[in-house]
Structure formats: C-alpha cells, structure tokens
Ligand binder design. Sequence first.
Ligand SMILES: Nc1nc2c(c(=O)[nH]1)N[C@H]1C(S)=C(S)[C@@H](COP(=O)(O)O)O[C@H]1N2
Ligand SMILES: [Mo]
Length: 258
Amino acid sequence: MDDKLPEDIKREREAILHEANGLLKDPAKRRLFGNILTLGGLSLATGIVLKDFHNVQGVLDAVSRFNDGVQGAIFNPNSRAPLYARSQITNPFPFNAFYRLPQAPVVDGSSYKLELSGQIRDKRPWTLEQLYLLPQVSQVTRHICVEGWSAIGEWGGPQFSTFLHLIGADLTCKYVGFKCADGYYESIDMPTALHPQTLMAFTFRQHTLPVYYGYPFKIRIPTKLGYKNPKHVTEIFVTNDFPGGYWVDRGYNWFGGS
Ligand SMILES: Nc1nc2c(c(=O)[nH]1)N[C@H]1C(S)=C(S)[C@@H](COP(=O)(O)O)O[C@H]1N2
Ligand SMILES: [Mo]
C-alpha cells in the first residue's frame, strides 16, 4: 500500500514517526506507545484523524490528558473504565456528530428493525419491543472525544455480550461492525465487543435515549474514545474483514495506508 503513496506524503509520514519516536524518550510513555508507533496505530489509539497530524506533540498531549484509568482501559482490553457517581454527571451533556443537532436522524421506533448480518447464526431482525426485553444494567462513565472535551453521563441497557451470545454471533471473528441511520459506521474488535462494560444503550439518565444522543440506541463503550461509540445503530455485523469506520477511513484515505 505504501508504494502507491506520493513522495511528499511518504516523507511527511517518516518525519512524523521520527518526531513521535523522539518525543517518546520517557520510559513510561514508551511503554504506553511502544507497540503502536505506526501512524495507523497512533491514529487508531488516539482517534486523531491523520490529516491533523501536523503537531505530534499535540497528539501525545491529547492522549496523556486522559485520566489513567481510561488510558489503561484504552490500551488494555482487560481493564475496566472508571465509574462515577450520579452527582458527577455533566449537565447538559454535549451533543456531537459530523453534522449539527437539527440534522440528527429521527428514527421511527414503531417500524424500527435492527438488522443482523455476517457471521451470525440467527439473523432475524429485532424490533425495539424485543430488544427492550433484554436484561438491562446502568453505568455512569466518562465519554472522551478526541476533539478535546470529555463529559460524564449515565447510559443503560443490556450488555452487548449478552446480545452477541443470544444471536449466535461467531465470537472467534475479529470484528463487530455497525451501520447507523445517519450514514455513520464504525467497527470494534471482538474483545471490546465482549467487554462487560460495553452496552447497547437504550437510555440516558434512565430515560429513553433522546434523538440527539442516538435513539433508538447507541453502543456505549467506556473503554474507547467517543467516535468508537456509534449512535442510531441500524445494523450489526460480525466479520473477519476489517470494516473500518467513518473517521478512521477518512484519516487513512488522506495518507492512503496504515
Ligand atoms: N451515528 C453516529 N454516531 C456517532 C457520531 C456520529 O456522527 N454519528 N459521532 C461520534 C463522536 S465523534 C462522538 S464524540 C459521539 C458523541 O455522542 P453524544 O452526541 O452522545 O455526545 O458520538 C459518536 N458516534
Ligand atoms: Mo468525538
């Protein structure tokens, strides 16, 4: 893939990696970044879109601003994201999407069906009524957006692992992908999909998820950055072929490779 890149972009990539390596002399930071010092890796881990990579120090600062718990969870699939008290919930909780709030898709709950595809035994679509019957848990966690803000919210719904087991998802597959009502798409690795804190969030602050936060549901993943939490999910698929994601694809396209 690299061979097809224009010379100037190749040179820029090399310069960025050189700079990043130089900045990572601190052994603690080195451990954190040790296994991800490729541009694709840095981009995936930090969620920074590659075209914004002009200032490597900025990227690393953004990462080290995350509190230790979240940082640990982002880089280690076995650790848990920190939990907060209800009194710490950010009010109002910010809205974010690749468009402005009035453009948020209005999904009709009565005709809504969650489509299933890929390596799944039972691909029958689910109505909201059926989904609401799944046992639900509630969680107060911090959402971190790479655009430089974070906020604490409370999301409730079934553990995603419960659902994956129920539908007979092939849990040996590498990825779970999501398609959304607004054209957004995202994918996560199977360990993250099965993580006990990864929820199908039908509620926010114990009320039906509002339109702008992702009605009828979002995948809430407190161990991942905000952009990896797809809202308005309409289809879930299980696959071994890297599905990419809305922002990751845009980041990669700019440089043309990983
Ligand atoms: N369908 C959809 N999901 C999405 C996005 C989007 O534009 N569309 N934006 C992502 C980003 S970058 C962030 S920070 C969060 C914002 O979620 P919030 O509006 O609940 O704060 O949603 C993520 N999931
Ligand atoms: Mo975000």
